[in-house]
Design a protein around this ligand. Structure first.
Ligand SMILES: [Zn+2]
Ligand SMILES: [Zn+2]
Length: 309
């Protein structure tokens, strides 16, 4: 399989000289199996360019894309209205995301382009669009690709995905806070626990189960793409914003015996030079005690080949 990064940034797009090496577009990763199945994880602004590069197939209405959404915060869906295959009859798009109690997935996406936010209503998209709502630990298949899910610790909850095909596995873990200082569920946390405060036993148990689920999802994976938006300083300041540090990702990957970690969902204010520094530090951390975990930092256009084909 081939994993291609189209958008690697968190929160909002940040074009400019200081972000041009790693890229300014928000989250979007494409996984293509040797047999040609195309699964895309998240529809941040990176998906616009993917739509353009689908080229003549998309223009002729012959593309079939499966889109897994980690959660519907802006930076993970905002590129979809600019995904050109949507507007060509004959193309197919299947959208998968965690089921909410209050709103159907279709309504979440359709409202993004309601007047007065966008000129073209979602109903005008010509492609055949299907929605599939998922449970926290869903397992299913998309043609030759096996998909497994786990719940993440993020405001209003996010989903991690493991994709297995061609004898290899890639896991996408974004967005998530560590599983220690706060429990996020599907309600706004009005009063985050004060730093260092011990959580109620119920919350600690839930977090421990959630963390176990993520470690299991990453077990033996060839590639783990992880939300490492925060530095230690950021995390100390805003532990209740729902993101992890590189050290959290290294701990999970080492426990899961994963082969390679990709730092992902870079903070919008992070410059290329700062990301270089974070990558170097994280490599040192991952190599401690003879650790064999390889570490990379995601950049736009990065391609990783795994397994057969
Ligand atoms: Zn995000
Ligand atoms: Zn988010």
């Amino acid at each position: 399989m081939r994993v291609r990064f189209w958008g690697v940034r968190g929160s909002l797009p940040v074009p400019g000289q200081k972000t041009e090496r790693y890229g300014g577009n928000t989250s979007c990763v494409e996984v293509r199996s040797a047999a040609g199945t195309r699964v895309v994880v998240d529809a941040g602004t990176g998906i616009r360019k993917l739509g353009k590069e689908l080229g003549t197939d998309a223009d002729a209405g012959r593309t079939d894309v499966h889109l897994l959404i980690s959660h519907t915060h802006w930076d993970h869906i905002q590129g979809l209205p600019y995904f050109s295959p949507l507007y060509q009859r004959g193309n197919k798009l299947s959208v998968y995301a965690r089921k909410r109690d209050d709103l159907h997935l279709h309504a979440v996406f359709a409202s993004q382009t309601d007047d007065p936010y966008f000129p073209v209503p979602f109903a005008e998209a010509q492609a055949e669009i299907a929605f599939r709502e998922l449970t926290d630990s869903a397992k299913f298949e998309i043609a030759d690709v096996k998909v497994a899910c786990a719940r993440l610790n993020h405001p209003y909850i996010a989903t991690a995905y493991r994709l297995t095909v061609d004898g290899a596995s890639v896991v996408y873990v974004s967005d998530t806070a560590p599983f220690t200082d706060i429990l996020f569920e599907d309600e706004f946390v009005e009063r985050p626990p004060s730093p260092g405060a011990e959580l109620p036993a119920r919350d600690r148990q839930k977090l421990a189960r959630m963390r176990d689920g993520v470690v299991r999802l990453c077990a033996g994976a060839d590639l783990v793409i992880y939300d490492t938006m925060f530095t230690s300083e950021d995390y100390q300041r805003i532990p209740h914003y729902g993101h992890s540090r590189p050290s959290d990702a290294v701990d999970i990957c080492r426990e899961a015996d994963a082969r390679r970690l990709v730092l992902f969902h870079h903070a919008p204010e992070r410059t290329d030079t700062e990301i270089d520094g974070i990558l170097a530090e994280t490599r040192t951390l991952a190599a401690r005690d003879g650790g064999a975990l390889e570490v990379m930092a995601a950049y736009e256009g990065l391609d990783v080949e795994l397994g057969r084909g």
